[in-house]
Design a protein around this ligand. Sequence first.
Ligand code: ATP
Ligand code: MG
Length: 359
Amino acid sequence: MNWDDAPADTPDRLVGSAADREDQAVEAALRPKELDEFIGQERVRQQLDLVLKAARQRGATADHVLLSGAPGLGKTTLSMIIAAEMSAPIRITSGPAIQHAGDLAAILSSLTEGEVLFLDEIHRMSRPAEEMLYMAMEDFRVDVIVGKGPGATAIPLELPPFTLVGATTRAGLLPPPLRDRFGFTGHMEFYAPAELERVVHRSAGLLDVAIDTDGAAEIAGRSRGTPRIANRLLRRVRDYAQVRADGAVTRETAARALEVYEVDARGLDRLDRAVLHALLKLFGGGPVGLSTLAVAVGEERETVEEVAEPFLVREGLLARTPRGRVATPAAWSHLGLVPPPQGGGTSQGGPGQTGLFGA
Ligand SMILES: Nc1ncnc2c1ncn2[C@@H]1O[C@H](COP(=O)(O)OP(=O)(O)OP(=O)(O)O)[C@@H](O)[C@H]1O
Ligand SMILES: [Mg+2]
């Protein structure tokens, strides 16, 4: 799957997948530390297990690894696990932090043998740095340019063998020569509800929150396939359970808490529901143009397109067609509305006729 149209950044949304400040503060404590503790992603985990075990048996440094997938699925977590499994130190940097090839040369030349270099948002690295990285990955060598102009000379510098772990939400943006230099690419998928349930249970244990099976299932079902969101919702539910109940999380407390935060049973929030509501109630399910839809919900075009729509499309509630946005039958039933008869005009009738932002 292609994340090139993943929501640009949604830091202030309870169901946004990018890390907010609070996430950053608590995530370190919730990260699984070894491969066996890492929940789900069966295929990637198995493949990675083989790559790492084989390298360990050979006493060699592991091949370079590329991890791609939507925000919050565990790329940073896995990179740290790779270092831990190889008993190697890890150096963490990111594409945007490397402005010049010199920045990268400085990092590369200070690596120790077997060290893991984690390069987050690798698709955002500058072109000259990227070209330096090609040679470093392949030959464990960089050319350091000394001097300027016609007198400049390239001095080759040997590097100790290291493992590059690159992470990207946009694998499609990586130039093929870079992609080809990774020995292993792991594509992270969204998590199944049962897997997220295990994530919630595990995190609740670490946070010392009492939770039962149904409570964990309720949170998992609203977490959009994303562990980061599951952990965030768990924290909000914990607050609610502590203030309004006896602290224990049951299905009922979880559902009531997330109702307060306007996250519905399927993980849609206020914006998602407003978009669906407008599409169904004002435009009879579409097709309607994006701009018209955006005006109807009082949001920017980009907000509707980049923040709300990707999840609605993924959930099969909305389709983007050449003629405009169209609601699916699932959208009508999710909002408790009855679609108009085939060929009918704007929706009239149907149960639950409430205001645009109601229900
Ligand atoms: N498989 C998993 N099992 C348990 N917890 C997980 C798993 N994957 C992710 N998490 C939790 O989700 C949080 C977010 O994961 P992580 O930071 O690794 O995501 P990411 O893919 O690096 O996101 P981004 O693209 O925003 O950098 C972590 O704190 C971790 O606790
Ligand atoms: Mg990350």
